[in-house]
Design a protein around this ligand. Structure first.
Ligand code: NAD
Length: 380
């Protein structure tokens, strides 16, 4: 019966926690033992008392969790120190971002840790409740609009006042996957006029159903949708046409939220440096793809900069700015995956089962995912 360990996240600025007390209670009712580092949930407003009441054992520091846990749950990929603290033969469950952290994946294999990456949970219907990428994208999409609303000098809704009419802000959302659709819905709720674009053919209808305008352009001739609903990398020829269509809209918009991603690749450039001054002064770009290189050529990851009177926000780790709900959603994803791994505490699911096989990056001292192995070897 594995002991599940929860540590306080160590990445600066990270406020989330991998399991909240409610999920700990469910695990304890399922007959698991859970050890939680003192203060692990504090920055997400979950107290040690709540964990204890849910049935967890509180231990004073991370070392005590590593000493006892057979299965460690985390939000962020482990630090080099955390990897070496993991016991050989133990299990890791959390995000791993192998492209950004190839050395960590290699060390996990060398340490004989069986590591499951949340971003590799396959996008099949029966794994939807474990899909942490979607949960975190939902939070980021919502928050991106509030970040823009704080940064702009304009109000979002149409206001008719005794001093005259204030026209609504116009928000352009580029990329309308999980984050983009949530950004559209949030901007609409705030009263903005919203336009959006995504090259996947099914998305135009989803954009319109949220009350936004689909920026009409000729869709790519090639097949744009990969397995799991992700977009494929598009041709340079299409991207140029897309940039031209976006450029024609920019003089009319106040806020641009960019969310376009291609799984495992650099994010496509949708707004070149030359296009930025087309936005009226006072405009705001929130680049949610900033951690994958950014959709705006001028974006500086993790920084807010001013270019040509436009504020460009290279947003990073946005879900950490909504720690209570982001932790709650992530914790439910982790619990559902644990429940899938251990339908009952003594009968683990076989490792060759579809969801577990897809999410597993290291096992028996080896990197078992071919694409990740190639990526790690490239980085040698
Ligand atoms: P993502 O974060 O990888 O990408 C965000 C969006 O960027 C996508 O909608 C993509 O089409 C778009 N994009 C890529 N290139 C672009 C470009 N040049 N211009 C504009 N937009 C561009 O994707 P995501 O939001 O995590 O998921 C995408 C889709 O996957 C969802 O909308 C959904 O349909 C599907 N999905 C399926 C499941 C499932 O369980 N089957 C689960 C989650 C998501």
């Amino acid at each position: 019966m594995p002991v599940i360990g929860v540590v306080k996240e160590t990445l600066p600025g990270e406020t989330r926690v991998a399991l909240i007390p409610q999920s700990v209670g469910q695990l304890v009712r399922d007959k698991h033992s859970v050890v939680v580092q003192k203060g692990a949930g504090a920055s997400a407003s979950f107290s040690d008392d709540q964990y204890e009441a849910a049935g967890a054992t509180i231990v004073p520091d991370a070392a005590s969790v590593f000493g006892r846990a057979d299965l460690l749950v985390k939000v962020h990929p482990p630090s080099p120190h955390e990897v070496t603290s993991l016991r050989s033969g133990s299990i890791y469950l959390g995000f791993l971002s192998p492209a950004a952290h190839p050395a960590i994946v290699r060390s996990l294999a060398q340490q004989s840790v069986t590591a499951f990456a949340m971003e590799y949970v396959p996008r099949v219907s029966r794994a939807q409740s474990m899909d942490a990428l979607s949960s975190m994208a939902t939070v980021a999409g919502y928050r991106s609009v509030l970040i823009a609303a704080q940064a702009t000098g304009k109000m979002f809704p149409l206001l008719m006042t005794a001093a005259g009419t204030v026209p609504p802000a116009t928000v352009l959302v580029l990329g309308a996957g999980v984050a983009g659709l949530q950004a559209i819905a949030t901007a609409k709720r705030l009263g903005a006029r919203v336009e959006a674009f995504d090259p996947r053919p099914a998305v135009a209808e989803q954009i319109r159903s949220l009350g936004a305008t689909f920026v009409d352009m000729e869709l790519p001739k090639e097949d744009v949708e990969a397995a799991g609903g992700y977009a494929k990398e598009l041709s340079a020829e299409f991207l140029k046409k897309e940039q031209d269509a976006i450029a024609s809209r920019l003089p009319k918009v106040h806020i641009v939220i960019t969310t376009a991603q291609v799984f495992g690749q650099r994010a496509p450039i949708l707004i070149t440096s030359d296009m930025v001054p087309l936005i009226p002064r006072g405009g705001v770009i929130v680049d949610l793809a900033s951690e994958s290189g950014g959709n705006c050529e001028l974006t500086e990851t993790g920084k807010t900069i001013d270019r040509h009177g436009i504020t460009i926000i290279g947003a990073v780790n946005v879900p950490a700015t909504v720690p209570i709900d982001a932790s709650q959603l992530y914790s439910r994803n982790i619990y559902n995956l644990l429940k899938h791994m251990y339908p009952t505490v003594d009968t683990p699911t076989q490792p060759d089962e579809e969801i577990l096989k897809a999410a597993c990056l290291t096992r028996n001292g080896m990197i078992v995912n071919e694409a990740v192995r190639a990526l790690v070897e490239q980085g040698r």
